[in-house]
Design a protein around this ligand. Structure first.
Ligand code: CO
Length: 170
């Protein structure tokens, strides 16, 4: 396994639409293994292939609701994912490993069901709530060349968010 470089906002690769995966081979497995390591090292909750420079429909989402599992075991591998059901609504801060240190308020569904293939090509369905639902939307958006920053009015640093929250409690 190897760490891959995470592309930063401004890199045009992040604006491109990814092609479907057709070969479930050793090359895909190496990409997935490298993405696992890169995601855990970066401390994120999701990572999409274009963020490591690969224009294929591959992403990882960490199911943080599975608190008894290790970080690596929490990772759900999604190949050619499609969101097939959404419900509810949540509004809150969202960030991205390609936009480090910046957060913005984004409204997303509160419950999301995805259909995707695993690393061997078998189709499965997976459901998530709250942060997991948010991550499913965020990561599948990456596969179509979209960043969360398109969905928010302003980007703020952690310090700015802390100041706003401080003002609200006063
Ligand atoms: Co992202």
């Amino acid at each position: 396994m190897a760490l891959r470089t995470i592309r930063q906002a401004g890199d045009t690769i992040l604006t491109k639409k990814c092609r479907p995966v057709t070969a479930f081979d050793a090359r895909l497995h190496t990409l997935l293994d490298d993405m696992h390591e890169t995601l855990i090292h970066a401390g994120g909750v999701g990572l999409a292939a274009p963020q490591v420079g690969i224009l294929r429909r591959v992403c990882l989402v960490m199911d943080v609701s599975k608190e008894d599992l290790s970080e690596d075991e929490q990772i759900v591998e999604l190949i050619n994912p499609e969101i097939i059901e959404t419900s509810g609504e949540q509004t809150g801060y969202e960030g991205c490993l390609s936009v480090p240190g910046m957060y913005g308020i984004v409204t997303r569904p509160d419950h999301v069901k995805v259909r995707a293939q695993d690393r061997n090509g078998s189709w499965f369905e997976y459901e998530g709530d709250e942060l997991v639902a948010r991550a499913f939307c965020h990561e599948t958006d990456h596969l179509d060349g979209h960043l969360f920053s398109e969905l928010t009015d302003e980007l703020l640093t952690e310090e700015q968010i802390a100041e706003i929250e401080q003002e609200q409690t006063e």
